[in-house]
Design a protein around this ligand. Structure first.
Ligand SMILES: [Zn+2]
Length: 315
């Protein structure tokens, strides 16, 4: 196959760095390691600052601590990572044999209801935000707190407008169904579900219904296949469960909507044979063995994500 690289739309590694130490990452104690990224041919890794439920701590403060850990990591591995702030930075990283890193936030709770905080986060290098985690926040309901059927709030609509304007990728993983449909309608740009799977393959509140997948695809967005075994299967999950979700989504909505969103370092277990980014090549080879066209495999590996980032981010 032609030369390729991988874009992985979600991991929680900087949370481990913030709560333990950089040595945790340096010494290979995380799912994501430099060697793993290199042998898995990862060209761009999204690093999420997961702020968590607001009951446990002030969210903005927590988010800033995580963002600080992200930059500590970049400084410590200055010859390894290139921070991606605009689409051209991805090509730059790949051309120079470096790994692109993109800072994202998981949980719009970080805004604490203030739109100015979104602008500040953009200036700090954040280029994507997951609107909610599992619970309700100022923007919308999450998948586990949706009894009131609450979609986007007035503030939520304001956030969508501002993210469109700034050139920040909107991530709908974790949001309630009502919130999802509101975002599809409100956003002038394509969106991502950076780490979500197909409900029809594995019925779980975190997975997307067929109608959601179709709408997201029609809008030109990307769904990153999540490797968390619980979202993949109701039995012991392995590499072929990742393929099953890809197969379903491809059959339903086409190849152009599929990407990866491993959730490494945010999940307590990994599927058999897929214990870190070094396993990406196995997934690619499995797709080629199933007679997926080379061009389609390249789309899943990185081309769908680069198309989306070109559509959304400013250069
Ligand atoms: Zn998540």
């Amino acid at each position: 196959m032609n030369s390729f690289y991988i874009i992985d739309g979600h991991c929680d590694t900087i949370g481990l760095i913030a709560d333990h130490s950089l040595d945790q990452f340096r010494n290979g104690k995380c799912h994501i390691t430099i060697d793993g990224l290199r042998s898995g041919k990862v060209g761009l890794q999204f690093f999420a600052a997961f702020v968590g439920p607001k009951s446990s701590h002030p969210c903005l403060q927590r988010g800033l601590k995580l963002i600080n850990s992200y930059y500590t990591m970049l400084e410590a591995f200055a010859g390894t990572f290139i921070a991606v702030l605009r689409p051209d930075d991805i090509d730059l990283a790949v051309r120079q044999g470096m790994i692109g890193s993109m800072l994202t936030v998981e949980g719009g709770d970080i805004l604490e209801g203030e739109i100015v905080n979104l602008q500040i986060l953009y200036r700090l290098g954040v280029r994507a935000m997951t609107l909610t985690w599992n619970h309700r926040n100022e923007i919308a309901d999450g998948v586990l707190e949706n009894r009131s059927k609450g979609g986007l709030s007035v503030f939520g609509h304001e956030v969508i407008r501002e993210m469109n304007q700034l050139g920040m990728l909107i991530d709908v993983s974790h949001i309630s169904e009502e919130g999802f449909y509101d975002v599809i309608e409100a956003s002038s740009k394509p969106i991502a579900a950076t780490h979500s799977n197909a409900w029809s393959v594995r019925p779980h509140p975190r997975n997307l219904k067929d109608e959601q997948i179709t709408l997201l695809a029609d809008k030109g967005g990307v769904i990153g296949i999540n490797f968390y075994p619980v979202f993949l299967s109701d039995r012991k999950a392995g590499l072929y469960d990742i393929i099953r979700h890809i197969e379903h989504i491809a059959g339903l909505a086409g190849i152009d909507v599929i990407g990866f969103g491993s959730d490494f370092d945010g999940i307590e277990e990994t599927p058999e044979e897929v214990n870190g980014p070094q396993a990406f090549e196995k997934i690619i080879n499995a797709l080629l063995k199933l007679n997926y066209k080379e061009e389609d495999v390249l789309k899943i590996a990185y081309k769908n994500y680069t198309r989306l980032l070109r559509d959304v981010l400013k250069n």
